[in-house]
Design a protein around this ligand. Structure first.
Ligand SMILES: [Zn+2]
Length: 291
């Protein structure tokens, strides 16, 4: 079990319905001012003995802020300031890999950043930032999450490459073919630069994706003009996607319980190369560049 409020869940679309369900166990802390601007709203959530911080990245209603305009730096900074050092991130994604079905969970093991123009580092104007990205995500959180999913017998794939597109528009069929040729299994818009920023502040980060739809051109389907996601899901698929999303708070609580109190991974030592060179002060605030 992790210490109180050192674990955070970053939520994707559809946070509002989940917040409603957990409102009696939820304290709204509000947005946090940071040198990089205001963060998204933070909540403190309690589920039985698990206490964690919740940050809905697209806004409290789920859709106020599309992926390109999320203030990723402010969000990660605010979580770190709150005392969080483990981040569990949920992302609704589009399946590129045909073997994935809607509603299925995927634990990505790799990430391609195909975004443009986003602020991808805290270290602008400094000489810091050459940080390893292999493995991209925290191994300790991955092992804990896999064991939780296995014990709960939830269908999941324990690997996958996530291709992060700029958005907000959906991908073109040719972009999906290109992502597939790169080895992509999932397309989404949110994990980059979120994962990279968390690593810069020596936080553990693990995404858990659920398949919300198929990427364009992957599966020929009836299209209804004006349909939000451009695809008509079968009823069973819509239900499966909703069910997968509805479990995120419970999963976050279970993962936080399954993790050891002290970190046994390397995420907290990622800046050691700079420490050894005597280029880092102890206080992480002093590492950051100008906004
Ligand atoms: Zn870690």
């Amino acid at each position: 079990m992790v210490p109180q409020d050192t674990f955070a869940l970053i939520g994707g679309s559809g946070a509002l319905e989940l917040l409603r369900e957990y409102q009696h166990n939820c304290k709204r802390l509000g947005p946090a001012p940071t040198p990089f601007g205001l963060s998204a709203v933070l909540y403190r959530v309690r589920i039985q003995d698990a206490h964690f911080v919740f940050l809905p990245r697209h806004g409290e209603f789920g859709h106020e802020l599309a992926a390109p305009w999320v203030n990723y730096r402010a969000n990660i900074y605010a979580l770190r300031e709150q005392g969080v050092f483990r981040v569990f991130a949920w992302s609704g994604s589009a399946a590129i890999n045909l073997s994935l079905s809607v509603g299925q969970y995927v634990l990505p093991h790799d990430l391609i950043d195909d975004t443009r123009g986003r602020e991808t580092s805290f270290f602008k104007g400094t000489r810091l930032g050459a940080i390893r990205q292999h493995p991209v995500f925290c191994g300790e959180m991955r092992a804990a999450t896999e064991s939780v999913l296995r014990m709960a017998q939830m269908p999941h794939q324990d690997h996958g490459t996530y291709v992060c597109a700029q958005g907000p528009r959906l991908e073109t069929p040719a972009e999906v073919r290109r992502a597939r040729s790169w080895g992509g299994d999932l397309a989404g818009m949110t994990l980059a630069p979120e994962a990279f920023l968390a690593r810069e502040l020596e936080m553990c980060y693990l995404p858990l994706c659920y398949v919300a739809r198929h990427a364009e051109g992957i599966k020929e389907r009836e299209k209804r003009p004006g349909e939000l996601l451009g695809e008509v899901l079968e009823e069973a698929e819509t239900e499966a996607a909703e069910e997968a999303r509805a479990r995120f708070f419970g999963l976050a609580a279970a993962v936080s319980r399954a993790l050891p109190d002290e970190r046994g991974c390397q995420c907290g030592a990622i800046m050691d190369q700079y420490r050894e060179e005597g280029r880092l002060e102890e206080d992480w605030h002093t590492w950051l560049g100008k906004p």
